[in-house]
Design a protein around this ligand. Structure first.
Ligand SMILES: [Zn+2]
Length: 1012
């Protein structure tokens, strides 16, 4: 086959030589073509897709080390791009990942910088997408998406005065509604391009020419947040596999020197035209895009541009189609100018499958401990930035900048997704840890400043030292694990980053049972001691050793629980000391063990009760206030990950979830319960099996159930990888319908075995019904709603009516063939031995009367994202309260944000101005009262400052909102216009400084205060 082709080429080359009789000489290629009306325009977009970590770490990719893993060096790409663009002013290139670009930029000379600025302002080099990374859309939280995009966009604005116009999410594994309407339309993008959608959906769209659509991602905003969206016909690579021009690529190049053998111009032109016509056949208008590039290409940019110069020159000479150097924004403008009406797309593009048994729904849960770390750091970063504002930013440090960079990086679609190699996951965790350390220092300093009364304005060197406990989730907190000697006590400063006053129970490990808690008015407050489970102590000892390299000297014996009440954007102080507990307020939990003979059991001291049957299993949920009752069970099961045997080699791995069987976790008839009861909370401890431990908590003053799980190591010695899910089973008639959040924001209706855009052929009834869960998942039956909220991103579904399941942990033995080339088999090593990863986490559950669930999901969802931040100090004698400010709120003392508004960002920028983001938390119609227009009085939020200037910007704060809205393209949609009643706040009047927010509205402001 190959032989005959080669022979044909030779003959053709010989014919051309004799026909032309030409001599080799310099050929000036005509690459100047723009869009030509009436012709098929082939927009050639030169691009490189540079993962900020995957098989190699971000730095290894940048410098080009570790090439035995993957031959990739981003420095080569950026270095060689400059001369290649200078060589011909018609050549164009786009660059996407700012984490790489910034690494390169800071190393360049002023001459190169000026040259590159020229290339950018002439449009030869265009920043597309423009965030620090190309974030994932399933395992990310919308606040992190906003932050990482803002970081990149503001850099581009400051250095180049440019505003990226186009979303370019070409590789993420499915696409979220939040990406379209929030990170697309509200950033100001005119279009969004991507490639990975379900293979069945793609097949259908090709047939109906619906790969390009107007995507309406928000029910609340309707057409006002529409965005033009282009799905590539196959992937983000050059068409038909024939136009790859990397130095080592094997595509045929254009050989146009008649003095050399293998002249092939006609052949190459024909192939190009054929590829163009094939794509035009499935595309509306006479504009198509050729994505000329792929992962880490253009390491020697000239090798691509040389060939593209020739293709443009000879194809346009041929004249059947018009080829041009283009960019996504030129392409978008051409599409818009065609004045076409486009098909409408609503909801999202999850889940993604590239083949019948290949649903990419495993990565929703892959690396669950890392996913939790990312989420925890995200909430901490939000709080730390607030404290940075209150103290005043110091550019000499410590700052939150390094945590900002690390967090931005891990939103990448091979980072928080869990689809990177193990050494890369370690690199991400290291970066987060370094960033955390600096932010922790800032937080401590700021709290010290705020609590040392006199130094309100600008505090430089406070004397109070605060310690924090980032490993509290594994029961490790050195500052609280001390024996309080005579006269000394522990000061706990509790910071609340929410804009509402909040009461919550906090728990810290302590050594002794003679401990009392006082509030800042020296009043002893109610507290409860709970013996620490040996399962918790076990993971504590192992992981402290693994993470810190040291063994903790002694083990704490109890959790001390007490309720803290903290003002909005502020703190309160509690004093823990050794002393005789007054029985009326302080109690040690009463412990019951239940072996089954004792009959039924009831847990909960307040309105919420959990009922257990004689076998020790949960059987009923009841709330005496709402009168909600439901039969209720909670179980564990695991899926056996497919090993790839049989006709389809597809295994279950880091990306793909392909179960081969379901195994209920047997509990041998009954699980013995240990019940701890006390005035603040009840706990039910259960050793489900040798590798699952569970603690169910019901707080007296709360109306939800908290379940803590400790899972692992998942045993694999039977040769099977396992994917562990927990199930909540009720008798609710839910009719195949459930709801999951989109990147932590809107809730989207899911229907089992159904897709709204096409008639699905079901090959994977479990994996194909899994969806990403960042905030929560719920079902309803007309009289009540069952909601489950999560502490990290996770995969979830409702596989049966009345049921909700969450995949909590995965340990697999085979690579799933999507490039990562490793099995997802995480281990932790200590004492020279390694064992499977153990994870700790929580989920929260509540059953509400129909129509009321949203309030809990939204309010408590914010509390999960932003837990209390605890800082510890020691006092000698009882003088803390005299020498320190015991409580603080940045806002006016009686003010609080409305129940339906959250503060997403309060951050001091490098120039001293402050970035403020406020978000309405409810969708239109989501709640009868709380979906209403809300307003925030900035004079009361910043009561001790004077706002000199306030500017409303787009979401990523790189342009004024009004200007952005004026210039955004408005696309025409097929079908009759829908009836819409979109409520948005009016523009802010600088004299009264009230910010109105309509449902789901996020408003971003840059504020200058007068006093600085
Ligand atoms: Zn990628």
């Amino acid at each position: 086959m190959m032989g005959r082709l080669r022979l044909a080429h030779l003959l053709l080359a010989a014919a051309s030589m004799s026909l032309l009789g030409a001599e080799a000489a310099y050929i000036r290629y005509n690459t100047s073509a723009g869009v030509v009306k009436g012709k098929l325009n082939v927009h050639m977009v030169a691009h490189t897709h540079d993962d900020v970590g995957w098989l190699k770490t971000v730095d290894q990719y940048y410098v080009g080390s570790n090439n035995s893993i993957q031959d990739a060096c981003v420095q080569n790409v950026l270095d060689s791009m400059v001369p290649a663009l200078l060589k011909d002013k018609n050549r164009k290139f786009i660059y996407v990942e700012q984490a790489f670009f910034q690494r390169w930029w800071r190393e360049q000379s002023d001459i190169i910088k000026d040259t590159v600025k020229g290339l950018v302002s002439s449009g030869q080099l265009e920043f597309t997408n423009g965030g620090m990374c190309m974030h994932d859309e399933a395992a990310v939280h919308y606040i992190d998406m906003i932050d990482q995009t803002t970081l990149g966009h503001r850099f581009i604005k400051e250095e180049f005065a440019q505003i990226p116009r186009i979303g370019w999410q070409i590789d993420p594994f499915g696409h979220s509604a939040v990406q379209a309407y929030l990170l697309g339309a509200q950033v100001g993008f005119d279009a969004l391009y991507f490639s990975r959608i379900d293979y069945q959906d793609r097949g259908k769209r090709k047939g109906t020419k619906e790969l390009e659509v107007v995507w309406r991602g928000s029910k609340t905003f309707g057409s006002s947040a529409d965005i033009f969206s282009g799905i590539f016909p196959n992937n983000y690579e050059p068409p038909t596999g024939e136009f790859y021009f990397e130095v080592d690529a094997d595509s045929p190049i254009v050989q146009d020197d008649p003095l050399l053998f293998d002249y092939n111009v006609e052949d190459r032109v024909n192939a190009f035209v054929a590829a163009a016509l094939a794509q035009a056949n499935i595309t509306r208008t006479n504009h198509i895009m050729f994505t000329m590039g792929t992962d880490f290409k253009y390491q020697y940019a000239e090798s691509w541009f040389r060939q593209m110069d020739k293709l443009i020159h000879y194809v346009n000479k041929d004249g059947r189609v018009n080829a041009l150097y283009s960019t996504p924004s030129i392409y978008t403008d051409a599409k818009f100018a065609a004045s076409e009406t486009w098909p409408l797309k609503t909801n999202d593009f999850f889940p993604y499958a590239d083949k019948p048994n290949s649903y990419w729904t495993g990565y929703f849960t892959s690396r669950p401990a890392f996913k939790q770390y990312v989420r925890m750091m995200s909430g901490y970063y939000l709080a730390a930035r607030q404290l940075e504002v209150f103290k005043g930013r110091s550019n000499s440090g410590p700052t939150t900048d390094s945590l900002a960079d690390a967090l931005a990086l891990v939103q990448h679609h091979d980072a928080v997704t869990g689809t990177e190699q193990q050494h890369v996951a370690n690199d991400y965790a290291k970066r987060l840890s370094i960033g955390y350390k600096k932010a922790e220092e800032l937080v401590s300093t700021s709290l010290a400043c705020l609590s040392e009364s006199h130094s309100k304005s600008h505090c430089k060197s406070p004397t109070t030292n605060f310690g924090q406990c980032p490993l509290l989730n594994i029961t490790y907190c050195p500052p609280s694990e001390v024996n309080f000697s005579q006269g000394k006590s522990l000061v706990v400063v509790v910071y609340n980053s929410l804009g509402w006053k909040r009461e919550d129970v906090l728990r810290i490990p302590v050594m002794s049972d003679s401990i009392v808690v006082h509030d800042s008015e020296r009043k002893e407050i109610e507290s409860q001691l709970l013996p620490i489970a040996s399962a918790s102590l076990n993971i504590r000892d192992k992981h402290v050793k693994a993470y810190l390299g040291t063994s903790p000297s002694a083990q704490p014996k109890f959790w001390l629980a007490f309720s803290a009440s903290v003002p909005p954007l502020g703190f309160n102080t509690y004093i823990v000391s050794s002393g005789k507990r007054s029985a009326s307020v302080s109690s040690t939990s009463t412990i019951y063990s239940q072996g089954g003979k004792n009959g039924k059991l009831q847990v909960g001291q307040g309105r919420l009760k959990l009922h257990y049957d004689t076998a020790g299993a949960l059987s009923r949920y009841s709330d005496s206030k709402t009168q909600v009752q439901a039969s209720f069970q909670q179980k564990y099961k695991y899926y056996i990950g497919h090993d790839g045997s049989g006709s389809d080699y597809q295994t279950s791995g880091a990306y793909v979830f392909r179960p081969i069987g379901t195994v209920p976790i047997k509990t041998d008839g009954q699980v013995p319960l240990t019940i701890l009861r006390g005035p603040i909370l009840d706990e039910v401890h259960q050793q489900i099996n040798s590798w699952i431990y569970q603690i169910t908590r019901v707080y007296k003053a709360k109306d939800y159930v908290e379940t803590e799980f400790i899972i692992g190591p998942i045993p694999v010695d039977d040769g099977n990888g396992k994917e562990l899910s927990t199930e909540i089973v009720t008798n609710m008639a839910t009719n195949g319908i459930f709801y999951t959040d989109s990147s932590g924001r809107d809730f989207i209706k899911r229907v089992r075995d159904y897709r709204s855009d096409w008639k699905i052929e079901v090959h994977q009834p479990i994996a194909g019904n899994y969806y990403p869960v960042n905030l929560g998942i719920y079902v309803e039956d007309g009289s009540k709603e069952l909601s489950v909220l999560v502490d990290r991103s996770i995969g979830g579904s409702s596989i049966k009516d009345g049921q909700i399941e969450l995949m909590l942990h995965r340990r697999l033995l085979y690579d799933d063939g999507r490039g990562v080339a490793e099995a997802l088999n995480e281990t932790v090593c200590f004492d020279n031995q390694c064992e499977g990863l153990v994870i700790e986490g929580k989920y929260y559950l509540k059953i509400d009367p129909q129509g009321e669930g949203a309030r809990w999901r939204r309010t408590f969802g914010q509390e999960i994202y932003s837990p209390f931040l605890l800082a510890f100090s020691e006092q000698d004698g009882g003088n803390w309260v005299n020498s320190h400010v015991p409580s603080f709120s940045a806002m006016e003392p009686t003010y609080s944000l409305p129940d339906n508004v959250a503060l997403l960002t309060l951050q001091e920028l490098e120039d001293g101005s402050v970035l403020l983001r406020l978000a309405h938390l409810y969708e239109a119609g989501e709640h009868k009262d709380l979906s209403a227009l809300a307003s925030v009085d900035l004079k009361r939020v910043f009561h001790d400052k004077k706002i000199g200037k306030i500017t409303e910007t787009n979401l990523s704060a790189n342009q004024e909102r009004a200007a952005m809205e004026k210039k955004r393209l408005k696309w025409k949609v097929e079908g009759p216009p829908s009836e819409e009643n979109v409520v948005r706040g009016r523009s802010v009047d600088p004299s009264n400084l009230v910010v109105e927010l309509g449902p789901m509205e996020i408003r971003t402001f840059v504020i200058r205060f007068d006093h600085r």
